[in-house]
Design a binder for this molecule. Structure first.
Ligand code: PLP
Length: 409
């Protein structure tokens, strides 16, 4: 049996706890700013029009069946997925330096990457520490500690400016043991919404190169952040062009709205060298072994939908339009929230709301204020003061601004 000293009751996942509390709240005014999923202006989930079309194509395809995918997943998806990240004419692709595996969305990609590194990266133990930004997506900690990799953090968020703590970040990366694994959010950092500028990325790359650090990119918001797929991949492309050997965890949950379909990919990119293609083949063979013991074959339906869109020029163009709709609405909500707070004369600076990017914003509200806004105004956000911009809409943004104003005063 499993006594409590052996299997203690685990705490509920805070985010899912928040969702439960929101559902149980009977107030007609309630606002959900916790959820990490896009909502339209009516606070409803949005099936992308292009995804509806691809779904229709798929359902009318007489050849479509429910057979197993290969262990590495749907090749028509993984190949396009690597082009999406690295660019269609990327040298890394033409030189066969990229190994790609379809995974259980971004979480599965992070896990497969973590598992691979735990098994094969510097197995003598030196410099195997994974550096996570402080703060980071809460699941990173669990995913990397689950496979036994030691964890550390690098400073990221400056509470005063509500922007990047660039000096702190650089200092820690420079002091970290050579060859450390550095987890980087490719764009739209979760939870802060703060990204380095292109110039800052170049400096980060220079330090990491000097220290021979290993970049682990997590990209869950490509195209969703700025509305431009290439711009949101620019940090990854910079590192690849700089010749880093690196890995990338890629999610299609947010940018395709395929959350529950669990579509994503993991990519390994080798540095340019005469052995690069050989290294890539060997890495791919080991990824396949790991994948086999974990999930055997990745899920087919969402992968096919993404693949249909990525392999058709007209649908691809329509997808970009849908991405601009989502990112545009979010950027509009950032502007609206900031201007409403400024109109109210809410104490403090609110420029960070529009300076930050992507799904989330770190408001700067403290835990007491977060709990007060929840009990007084039925506005739900995580305890660290993070709000999902997607939870705001033209109908509730004024109400939320007033509620923030009240708890800040
Ligand atoms: N990485 C980050 C930073 C995220 O914010 C998320 C989702 O919230 C993910 C990865 C992975 O999500 P999923 O497993 O749904 O693709």
């Amino acid at each position: 049996s499993f006594p409590p000293e052996v299997v203690p009751q685990a705490p509920e996942d805070p985010l899912f706890g928040l969702m439960r509390a929101f559902r149980a709240d009977a107030s007609p005014d309630k606002v959900d700013l916790g959820i990490g999923a896009y909502r339209d202006d009516n606070a409803k989930p949005w099936v992308l029009p292009v995804v509806r079309k691809a779904d229709e194509i798929l359902r009318n395809d007489p050849e479509a069946n429910h057979e197993y995918l290969p262990i590495a997943g749907l090749a028509s998806l993984t190949s396009r997925a690597s082009e999406l990240l690295l660019g269609k004419s990327a040298q890394a692709i033409s030189e066969k330096r990229v190994a790609s595996v379809q995974t259980i969305s971004g979480t599965g990609a992070c896990h497969l990457g973590a598992l691979f590194l735990a098994r094969f990266y510097k197995t003598n133990g030196a410099g195997r520490t994974v550096y996570l930004s402080n703060p980071t997506w809460a699941n990173h900690r669990q995913i990397f500690s689950n496979v036994g990799l030691p964890l550390a953090t690098y400073p990221y968020f400056n509470k005063e400016t509500r922007g990047l703590d660039f000096d702190g970040m650089k200092g820690t990366l420079a002091d970290a043991p050579e060859g450390s694994i550095i987890l980087l959010h490719a764009c739209a950092h979760n939870p802060t919404g703060v990204d380095p500028t292109p110039e800052q990325w170049r400096e980060i790359a220079a330090i990491m190169k000097a220290k021979k650090h290993f970049p682990f990119f997590d990209t869950a918001y490509q195209g969703f952040a700025s509305g431009n797929l290439d711009r949101d991949a620019s940090a990854i492309r910079l590192f690849v062009e700089e010749g880093f050997e690196l890995v990338i965890a890629q999610s299609f949950a947010k940018n395709f709205g395929l959350y529950g379909q669990r579509a994503g990919c993991f990519h390994f990119v080798a540095s340019p060298s005469s052995e690069a293609a050989d290294i890539t083949t060997r890495v791919a063979s080991q990824l396949a072994i790991l994948q086999r013991s974990e999930i055997s074959n990745p899920p087919i339906y969402g992968a096919r939908i993404a693949s249909i869109v990525l392999n058709d020029d007209a649908l691809f163009a329509e997808w970009q339009e849908n991405l601009r709709t989502m990112s545009g609405r979010i950027i509009a909500m950032r502007k609206a929230l900031r201007s409403k707070l400024e109109e109210l004369g809410t104490p403090g600076q609110w420029n960070h709301i529009t300076d930050q990017i992507g799904m989330f914003s770190f408001t700067g509200l403290n835990e007491t204020q977060v709990l007060k806004i929840r009990s007084d105004a039925h506005v739900y956000m995580t305890k660290n003061g993070r709000i999902s911009m997607a939870g705001l809409n033209t109908k509730n943004v004024g109400y939320v601004a007033k509620a923030i104003d009240k708890v800040v005063r």
